[in-house]
Design a binder for this molecule. Structure first.
Ligand code: 2AL
Length: 247
């Protein structure tokens, strides 16, 4: 099966890292196509960045549908454009925040999210609520690490994230950690070894969930909420995103 893993930001080094993590867990018969939009912010650290990233994400889904992709992972912790992506896709589309939270809820009574900047905690809180994870979420903590610091070797990012994870376990009674950024895809194993609890990272969780859903023969329901978008003109800068009607 073909799974397209979309990094919604435009930083190619992060996309490569996300692709490596995805391939490490993918089944031998799964082909991972890691990509990022050609347009949009280099990192996503708030609502504005998120909104700007969504058109690029949808463009990648549109291309993926034309290329016969079986399922998608949206690899940014705000799950930007998830509902709209589901309208476009036949197969499953899973965001890394929803993948990581759901998997964490299966292996621990309560998890803490450890994310990048404090300003993104509200976005994560909103997702905890909308995914029905309130009872499972002990806390949302920020390491105050900029997303692109995760791309710099020798930065203090890892140590700051490790410290915040330790505080979550000690002070918030979390029993697992959910990593709150696609750029943390390479950190889960080392953190788990240091912390002695499950550390769930959404790119890998998302790939395994998409594989499972596709293997079950399931796709996105098209009866109402995720029905294909209604064909209509789109004006101005977005004119090329107008969609044809679906026979
Ligand atoms: C993210 C993420 O996963 N990728 C990105 O650019 N920003 N989310 C976050 N909370 O920092």
């Amino acid at each position: 099966m073909k799974i397209q893993v979309i990094n919604p930001n435009t930083t190619a080094t992060m996309t490569e890292k996300i692709g490596v993590a995805a391939r490490q867990v993918a089944a031998p018969t799964t082909e991972i196509l890691a990509c990022n939009p050609a347009m949009g912010p280099v990192s996503i650290e708030g609502h504005y960045d998120e909104a700007l990233s969504v058109i690029g994400v949808l463009d990648e889904i549109r291309r993926g549908e034309a290329a016969g992709i079986d399922g998608y992972v949206i690899a940014c912790f705000g799950d930007p454009g998830l509902g709209a992506a589901r309208e476009l896709a036949r197969g499953p589309v899973i965001g890394i925040a929803e993948a990581a939270m759901h998997v964490a809820s299966l292996v621990a009574p309560r998890f803490s999210v450890v994310t990048t900047l404090g300003r993104t905690k509200g976005i994560a809180q909103h997702l905890v609520t909308s995914y029905g994870m309130t009872a499972h979420c002990a806390s949302i903590r920020a390491a105050e690490v900029a997303v692109l610091a995760l791309e710099e070797s020798g930065s203090a990012a890892y140590d700051q994230i490790l410290q915040e994870c330790r505080l979550a376990l000690a002070e918030d009674e979390a029993e697992a950690i959910v990593l709150g950024c696609g750029g943390m895809a390479d950190l889960a194993a080392e953190l788990a070894a240091s912390l002695g609890v499950p550390v769930i990272e959404g790119v890998t969780a998302g790939v395994k969930l998409v594989e499972a859903v596709v293997a079950l023969g399931l796709g996105t329901s098209k009866v109402r909420d995720y029905a294909y978008p209604i064909a209509k003109p789109c004006l101005g800068l977005l004119d090329k995103f107008a969609l044809p009607s679906q026979g």
